[in-house]
Design a protein around this ligand. Structure first.
Ligand SMILES: *Cc1c(COP(=O)(O)O)cnc(C)c1O
Length: 366
């Protein structure tokens, strides 16, 4: 069975290097925060071309920290795309603010700039855009709207490490960039991890204090804090992985481009990738008429596929109290019903890529 994503291949390939890095942390017992976590923060900031990166315990905490650092809280609203992983909205909700969901476009499947303005109220404080599936959203249009209303733009980069928008790294475009290092993300820890990139010292200081129990000097707590520190073991593993990220990204792009050009079955619709972006193909999502039928078909042929995501945020039970109905975000709802994610990870062989392409092209639908 070809898995949708198989992490064992990278581990087996670089096992000695990973275990050596883990051992170094154990030798120094630098487990919570500490020098290995700090070293990774510096490396990751440099990779993103940003002055600061604040390592945290996961991507959801990263989003929470970013919202809090901007002073967002109870009574405020933040624009969030309906088509994203639910954690994008959690970061807003944790502060006491309300996510306001906006539909995606019918071709890029990213937040639709033309539908943002109608959802802005005098409570709106920020637009939280998501570079979903590794495809940068239309940043300049979103930023123009934000500037018109005096709002922040924050990037959810959890699926887009290294993606470029007009030649610039995601995570360096908006006020802050939030990353996840969950296993299976383009850059991942051996456990949980996350980071926020920012260029303002005041944001860096706020988030560094917030994630560390609200203290700068041990046992003196200046604000309500959280325990959101990045573990030393994760920092050490991430420093190893970060060296390979450019190579992995290139390989993802090769596979993505092969799928885009060689899957020619007219029953398939693919995500649009505008000219001014260079995506990193975190997930290769297609839509077909009967998604479950395609998933079963691929499964029968030894290829695992799944769905990202079967329920759009605005229709999740957790947000039922916000009162959204079916029909509020039609493009996101269409995607939820019809999406299928094909296998894609850097260690796939050319033969495996061909196998996926051939199976897709031979699919006759239902
Ligand atoms: C993975 C992900 C997150 C959350 O990151 P965790 O590290 O799992 O907490 C947030 N937003 C998006 C778009 C994601 O894909």
């Amino acid at each position: 069975m070809l898995k949708r994503i198989d992490l064992t291949r990278d581990y087996q390939k670089h096992k000695e290097e990973y275990l050596k890095a883990i051992e170094a942390v154990c030798e120094e017992t630098a487990f919570s925060g500490g020098k290995f976590a700090d070293k990774f923060d510096e490396e990751f900031a440099a990779y993103c071309g940003m002055p600061y990166a604040v390592g945290v315990n996961n991507g959801t905490s990263a989003l929470h920290c970013a919202m809090a650092a901007l002073g967002i809280g109870a009574g405020d609203e933040v624009i969030v795309p309906a088509n994203t992983y639910i954690a994008t909205a959690w970061g807003v909700t944790y502060t006491g603010a309300t996510p306001v969901f906006v539909d995606c476009t019918s071709d890029t499947w990213e937040i639709d700039p033309d539908k943002i303005e109608e959802r802005i109220t005098d409570k709106t404080k920020a637009i939280l855009g998501v570079h979903l599936y590794g495809q940068p959203f239309e940043f300049n249009k979103v930023k123009a709207i934000a500037d018109k209303y005096g709002l922040y733009v924050v990037e959810d980069c959890a699926q887009a490490h290294g993606a470029l928008y007009e030649g610039k790294m995601v995570g360096s475009l908006g006020e802050m960039g939030c990353f996840s290092f969950y296993p299976g993300k383009n850059l991942y820890a051996f456990g949980e991890g996350g980071s926020i990139t920012c260029s303002k010292k005041e944001h860096f200081d706020f988030m560094t204090t917030m994630k560390n129990q609200g203290c700068q000097v041990r046992y003196y707590h200046d604000m309500i804090g959280y325990n959101y520190r990045l573990e030393g073991l994760q920092g050490a593993v991430l420093s190893v992985s970060l060296k390979y990220l450019p190579r992995w990204t290139e390989r993802r792009r090769e596979i993505g481009r092969r799928y885009l050009t060689e899957i020619t079955n007219p029953l398939f619709t693919m995500q649009a990738h505008p000219e001014n972006t260079n995506p990193v193909f975190h997930l290769f999502v297609v839509t077909v008429k009967d998604a479950d039928d395609l998933i079963a078909y691929m499964n029968d042929r030894g290829m695992e596929c799944n769905k990202h995501y079967p329920v759009p945020c605005h229709l999740q039970k957790a947000y039922a109290h916000l009162g959204y109905r079916e029909g509020d975000c039609p493009n996101a709802e269409y995607l939820a019903k019809h999406c299928v994610t094909l296998p894609l990870f850097p260690e796939m062989t050319e033969e495996e890529v061909s196998m996926v392409i051939n199976a897709c092209n031979a699919y006759t639908g239902k």
